[in-house]
Structures are given as C-alpha cells and as structure tokens.
Ligand binder design. Structure first.
Ligand SMILES: [Zn+2]
Ligand SMILES: [Zn+2]
Length: 346
C-alpha cells in the first residue's frame, strides 16, 4: 500500500512511500482508513517546525481520521469487524505520575500517531483497542474525521473554561481549532464572536460567518468599537486564544473583562507583555492541551446533534495525490479543514 510520508528535514518533502499493511497485535484492531483531515500540526510537519525535529523519517503523517475495523487481535473484546471508529492519537504511557492521576493528556512520555509512528495518510493502521472510539450511527464517516480536532475544542471549552449560558465570548483566530471552539462555546449557550487578521479575510472569516458567527477582521474593523458594542464596554467574559501568534495573549488581555478568563490553546512561542494589568484585574489564565477519552465522547455527540456543523466545516476539494496543493493552500489561509478521501491510495 502507499502512504504519504514526511521524507526530508526541510520545508515540503512529502512523498508517497510503499508500506506493508500492518498486522494487528493481540490487543490491536486493524483499521481501514476512510477519511483523514489536515491539521495545523500536519502543516507544522510540512514546514518542519522545530517541535517535529524529533521525528524519524520517513514517517507517514495524519492523525485525524475515521475508518472501519477489518481485523482484530485475539485479546480485543470491545470492537468487532465492521465497526466504525476514530482513534485518540495522543496517548499516555499509562505509567507516569500524570497518567496514574488521570492526566494522560500531559503524560511525560506521550506518543502521537503520525509523528512518533506512522499515521493515517495511508489505507490501513493498527491501533490498540483502548485508543478507539465507536462512531454513533448518526455521524457520517467523513464527518467523523473531524472528531479529533473537535475534541481539542470540547476539552478547552467544557473541561477548562468557565463558559456558561449568556456569556459573551471572543475566540481569537478563525483556524480549525478556533472555529470548532466557537461552535462548542455556542453550544454552551454563549454569544460568540470570532476575530482574525489579514489572510483570514479570504476564507476563514467568511467560513465563520457561514457557521453563524459575527466576525471581526482586526486590521480593518475597530476591535474596541466591537467590544464596546457587544459587551456594553464591560469586555468578554471568556477569551480563547487559538492564534498561536505572539499578539494573541496581549490582545486577549485588552479584550477580556475584569475578573474574566483567558484560555490559551494555540502554541505561541514567545511573547512580551505587561503582566500587572492581569493581576490587577484578577484575570484567570487557563491553558488547555490535547484531549482525553471524555473529550472525544463529547465531540462525537456534538457532531451527532449538529451543534458542531461538520458539513459546512469540511473542505473536500483536495487529494492526497497532490498534497502540496492542500498544504500550500492551508498555510496561505485559503482553506480551514481539508479532509482527504484515503481510498485514493488503496
Ligand atoms: Zn489535529
Ligand atoms: Zn504517562
């Protein structure tokens, strides 16, 4: 079979490579992959950012996918041939202190599918059964490919934020995680606004509008006027920073109300700012990273109910046979959540 792998330690360097179909171990299921998404971290691998220098190459990438069980190992009990499934791709070791206390998302030895071992930009993957979730009947197979990024948003909003009905919420960054976070926050009863900059005006902010959100384009719209208008000058109860940009946190501090909360999801690198205003306004600064079992289950249910609108969100224009086009378009902001049909590689 063929898989799309990162093959060189520089920008680009994605090639189709030959792989043997994996054989499932005793506690593993062999999954035939149907659809796989392109994630911001896959784009990070494409650009070969420093976080991915640990990778052994070539490695087949891809971790946001849906598939069907086609074979099971002898000790597998929870899944059977024909079951539709998604994988939890960031997995704890089960042994370290954090895993023992139920915080496997911040495991000291976590491994990530599509980074530390071959991922799902190929037709078959072998997966431990305890990393699989069953897809509900009401969720289409293509839509299930976006459960993993949705689980990042359900963790950030449901587990890690204080968002409640009636809250006024700002989501900074209209990328995949931003627009999913916005939808999950709205499902809690909040009134949600999404902000973006520059190239976001081409595709991502209009997609936010299509999903039903008021959007702010920072270079051309007056952020302060929106804040005044939408929050009666008080500020947003909760601001989610999904930008991954050094301006995200400082601008969240300007937007949040006194006594409000900022939830950091994007990985910004370095930023410099004055911290005293945070303390004097008693801002609650909360981080959210990765996701766990319950976050996946919540994500599946919100896609099932339509609170997360997969149909509008997914962009199926691209092919794994011309992945450079998808990656370059993604990096340029011309798409938000490409989802590939993996049957092309069979
Ligand atoms: Zn992802
Ligand atoms: Zn661990």
């Amino acid at each position: 079979m063929r898989g799309l792998a990162k093959t060189s330690r520089s920008r680009g360097g994605m090639e189709l490579v030959d792989r043997d179909r994996p054989t499932p171990g005793p506690d593993e299921a062999l999954v035939e992959v149907d659809y796989v998404g392109l994630c911001g971290s896959d784009a990070g691998i494409y650009e070969f950012e420093s976080a991915f220098e640990r990778m052994n190459l070539p490695t087949v990438i891809g971790h946001e996918y849906s598939g069907r069980v086609v074979e099971v190992g002898e000790s597998v009990t929870k899944f059977a041939v024909g079951d539709r499934v998604v994988e939890r791709p960031i997995r704890g070791c089960g042994d370290c202190y954090q895993c023992e206390i139920g915080e496997s998302n911040v495991c000291q030895n976590a491994v990530i599918t599509g980074v530390d071992h071959d991922g799902a930009y190929e037709p078959y993957v072998a997966v431990p059964e305890n990393a699989l979730h069953a897809v509900p009947d009401g969720v289409e197979q293509q839509h299930a490919a976006m459960v993993e990024p949705t689980s990042i948003a359900t963790r950030a909003v449901i587990q890690n934020s204080r968002v409640r009905a009636g809250d006024r919420v700002l989501v900074e960054g209209p990328g995949p995680i931003g627009l999913l976070t916005a939808q999950v926050a709205r499902a809690q009863g909040a009134e949600v606004v999404v902000s973006g900059v520059g190239q976001d005006a081409d595709y991502r902010l209009p997609l936010g509008e299509e999903l039903g959100f008021e959007t702010i384009n920072i270079p051309t719209d007056d952020m302060d006027a929106y804040r005044e208008d939408l929050t009666d000058g008080v500020g947003y109860d909760v601001v989610f920073d999904t930008t991954g940009h050094p301006s995200g946190l400082p601008s969240a501090v300007e937007s949040v109300r006194k006594g409000g909360q900022i939830v950091l999801i994007g990985q910004t690198g370095e930023t410099t700012m004055e911290y005293s205003p945070l303390v004097r306004a008693e801002i609650d600064l909360q981080c959210s990273y990765a996701s766990m079992y319950e976050d996946f289950e919540n994500a599946l249910r919100l896609i099932d109910t339509g609170d997360v609108d997969a149909e509008t969100f997914i962009d199926d224009r691209f092919s794994l046979l011309d992945a450079d086009e998808a990656f370059d378009t993604f990096v340029g902001g011309g798409t938000c959540k490409p989802v590939f049909d993996v049957s092309e590689l069979r």
